[in-house]
Design a protein around this ligand. Structure first.
Ligand SMILES: Cc1cc2nc3c(=O)[nH]c(=O)nc-3n(C[C@H](O)[C@H](O)[C@H](O)COP(=O)(O)O)c2cc1C
Length: 321
C-alpha cells in the first residue's frame, strides 16, 4: 500500500517529537534520506488562539517536504479549526495525535486520552477529514493500558473515517517509552486494515528497520529517538534495505560538519543562545561511538555561543587526529 502523496514502498519517516523535530531537524532528516517527516505536535487550542509558540511550529521551508503537520486536542471543533489553519501552510497531510501519554495531554482527553473514547476519536477523525482537502493521517498507541488494548478497533474506525494511513507506536499509554515495543501488534493492525500502516517503536539500527518491515509487513517505519543527532540513520537504513550490507558510520569530519550545519541552521531560525542550548539534546547522537565521547559531550554542555562550540570541537579534533 502507498500513501496518496508519496509514491514509494518502504517509507522511512522521522517521528514527531516535541521540542526536537523543528524545521532544522526535519530538513536534515530529508537531506539524509527520510521520505516523510512530522512536525512536533501542535496544540489545536494554541493554534486557534494564535499562540505564538504554536504558530511558530507551523512554519514550513521549501526543503521541508513531504511533511505532516501534527495537531492534538480534545475539543472536536477546535481540532477541526486547527487542521484548517495548518492546511493553509501547505503540508502534504494533517496528522492527528492519538498517542501522547503526557498527563497534561492524555489526562485532559486528548492524545492517548482519546483511546479511552473510541467513538469520540472516530468523530474527530471524520470531522477533520470532512473539513480539509488534504489527506489526513493518524498516530496511535496500542491502547490506554495493557488491560484495555484496543488498537485494532481504533484503526478500523480510523480507516472507516477516511484516514489515509496510520502510524502505530507499539506501546500503550501506560507503557510510556520504557518497555520494549510490541511489534506483533503492528502486524495485527496491518492484517486488520487496508490503508498503509507505519510501524513505530525501538528502531535504532538499519537491521531493526529491516526486521520491522519483514516481521510486521508494515508499509513504513517511523524513527524517533534514534534519529536524534543521527540523521544518517535514514540513509544507512535505505542502503541496508537495498543491498543487505551495512554502510560504515559517518566519519568524524562528516559528523562535525553536519553538527555545525544543524547548529547554524537552528540559530538562523531561532536565536543563537536557544540553538546552542537545544543542541545539547543532540550531542549523544552526534558523538556516539567516538573515542572520548562522554568527556567531549560534557564539555559541550558549557558553551553559550557557536564560537565556543566550534572551539571545543576543534580542540577535540586536534587530539583525535
Ligand atoms: C522527546 C519526545 C517527544 C515526543 N513528542 C511527540 C509528539 O509531539 N507527537 C507524537 O505523536 N509523538 C511524540 N513522541 C513519540 C515519538 O513520536 C515515538 O512514537 C516514540 O519516541 C517511539 O519511537 P522511537 O522508539 O523510535 O523513539 C515523542 C517522543 C519523545 C522521546
Amino acid at each position: 500500500m502507498r500513501l496518496p502523496f508519496l509514491d514509494r514502498d518502504h517509507i522511512l519517516a522521522l517521528a514527531p517529537m516535541d521540542d526536537i523535530t523543528d524545521g532544522t531537524a526535519r530538513r536534515l532528516a530529508h537531506r539524509f534520506g527520510a521520505d516523510l517527516v512530522y512536525t512536533e505536535f501542535i496544540s489545536a487550542e494554541g493554534l486557534i488562539r494564535d499562540a505564538a509558540k504554536s504558530l511558530r511550529k507551523l512554519h514550513l521551508a521549501r526543503d521541508d517536504h513531504p511533511v505532516a503537520i501534527q495537531v492534538f486536542g480534545s475539543h472536536i471543533p477546535s481540532v477541526v479549526e486547527a487542521a484548517r489553519v495548518a492546511e493553509q501552510t501547505g503540508p502534504e497531510c494533517i496528522d492527528l495525535n492519538f498517542g501522547c501519554p503526557a498527563r497534561k495531554v492524555a489526562g485532559r482527553g486528548s492524545g492517548a486520552g482519546l483511546l479511552r473514547t473510541p467513538e469520540k476519536l472516530e468523530q474527530m477523525a471524520r470531522a477533520v477529514v470532512a473539513a480539509v482537502a488534504l489527506p489526513v493521517t493518524a498516530k496511535v498507541r496500542l491502547g490506554w493500558d495493557e488491560q484495555s488494548i484496543n488498537v485494532l478497533d481504533v484503526c478500523r474506525r480510523l480507516e472507516q473515517s477516511g484516514i489515509v494511513a496510520v502510524a502505530v507506536h507499539a506501546r500503550t499509554r501506560s507503557q510510556s517509552y520504557s518497555t520494549p515495543a510490541e511489534w506483533d501488534w503492528i502486524a495485527r493492525v496491518k492484517q486488520a486494515i487496508s490503508i498503509p500502516v507505519i510501524g513505530n517503536g525501538d528502531v535504532r539500527e538499519p537491521q531493526d528497520a529491516e526486521r520491522m518491515f519483514r516481521q510486521t509487513g508494515c508499509d513504513g517505519v517511523m524513527i524517533g529517538r534514534a534519529a536524534l543527532g543521527n540523521p544518517w540513520l535514514f540513509r544507512r537504513i535505505r542502503h541496508y534495505l537495498e543491498t543487505g550490507n551495512l554502510p560504515p558510520c559517518p566519519s568524524l569530519q562528516e559528523r562535525i560538519a553536519v553538527l555545525l550545519d544543524h547548529l547554524n541552521d537552528a540559530a538562523a531560525e531561532k536565536t543563537e543562545l536557544r540553538a546552542v542550548l537545544e543542541m545539547r539534546k543532540t550531542y549523544s547522537g552526534y558523538l556516539k561511538g567516538l573515542p572520548g565521547a562522554a568527556r567531549l559531550r560534557a564539555s559541550l554542555m558549557k558553551p553559550l555561543t557557536i564560537r565556543q562550540v566550534v572551539d571545543t570541537l576543534g580542540a577535540y579534533q586536534q587530539t583525535a587526529c
